[in-house]
Design a protein around this ligand. Structure first.
Ligand code: SF4
Ligand code: SF4
Ligand code: SF4
Length: 248
């Protein structure tokens, strides 16, 4: 890799909110821009080159026509980073996988359905090898900076595989379950790394960073049942960000 790595940012099916996080990096943007050579970033600039070393990719794959485009990005980049929940787990896009592609097209486009194509929503790593992940919906700007810095230093970016509860307890937050509220918090099965952001502000975790490996879903379902959710509603909460990863 050259002294200044060439970086490109790409987007597939998403709300583009993670790209916006980069554009909104008021404090760090100039420093980051100085340390890399940004060659392509549709939301912010005209492209200055076709070759790149690092590709940050936002969004899920939800159309077959996106597959060759993503594979070409993988072919050209030394390093591919999945950026945000959509890219990492298919995120909210995967809720549509409960229905057939035809049902989804009819529901959204009605009589014009035949002009569009759609397929199951998939995270990037079901189509290509992904090197690193920046999770959350939207991704956190400081995590983006941490990943860029790690790559510049030749280090592996930090990506914890323990539960949000660990960070929450380290911050000495009062747990919604200790408080015996009827709030449902997915912290016990959700990957840490956000600093227990939502519980820190008094809200329950809704699982946007995806599941930890070996998440104990059965116990999580029991806890939700004890707090008054029937199985269907409990499943619905778990599915919001994790329906694709759960079926694997
Ligand atoms: S992860 Fe969230 S903020 Fe980022 S693109 Fe997907 S829906 Fe938008
Ligand atoms: S509030 Fe949520 S994240 Fe925090 S300890 Fe309780 S269950 Fe875990
Ligand atoms: S606490 Fe949960 S929902 Fe909130 S940012 Fe962290 S992982 Fe996402």
């Amino acid at each position: 890799m050259k002294d200044k790595p060439r970086v490109a940012v790409f987007s597939f099916t998403s709300c583009e909110g993670c790209q916006l996080q980069i554009v909104n990096m008021e404090d760090e943007l100039l420093e980051v821009a100085d340390a890399i050579e940004l060659v392509s970033f549709r939301e912010a600039m005209d492209p200055t080159g076709r070759d790149y070393d690092i590709a940050f990719v936002e969004g899920a794959i939800t159309r077959e026509s996106e597959v060759p485009v993503l594979k070409e990005i993988r072919r050209k980049a030394d390093t591919v980073v999945a950026m945000g929940a959509c890219a990492s787990t298919a995120g909210v896009n995967a809720m549509k996988n409960r229905f057939t592609p035809e049902e989804n097209l009819r529901e959204v486009y009605g009589d014009a359905a035949e002009y569009y194509d759609t397929s199951e929503a998939r995270p990037l790593d079901e189509v290509i090898d992904v090197d690193y992940y920046i999770r959350s919906c939207p991704m956190d700007r400081s995590e983006f900076v941490q990943v860029v810095t790690s790559l510049l230093l030749g280090r592996k970016p930090y990506d914890p595989n323990y539960a949000v509860c660990v960070e929450c307890r380290m911050k000495e937050n009062e747990c919604v379950y200790d408080l015996d509220t009827n709030e449902i918090c997915l912290g016990p099965v959700t990957r840490a790394g956000c600093g227990a952001l939502c519980p820190d502000f008094g809200s329950a975790c809704i699982g946007c960073r995806g599941l930890i490996d070996q998440a104990n879903i059965e116990s999580m379902m029991d806890v939700m049942g004890k707090h008054g959710l029937d199985d269907e509603e409990a499943e619905r909460r778990l599915r919001m960000f994790n329906s694709r990863k759960r079926v694997k």
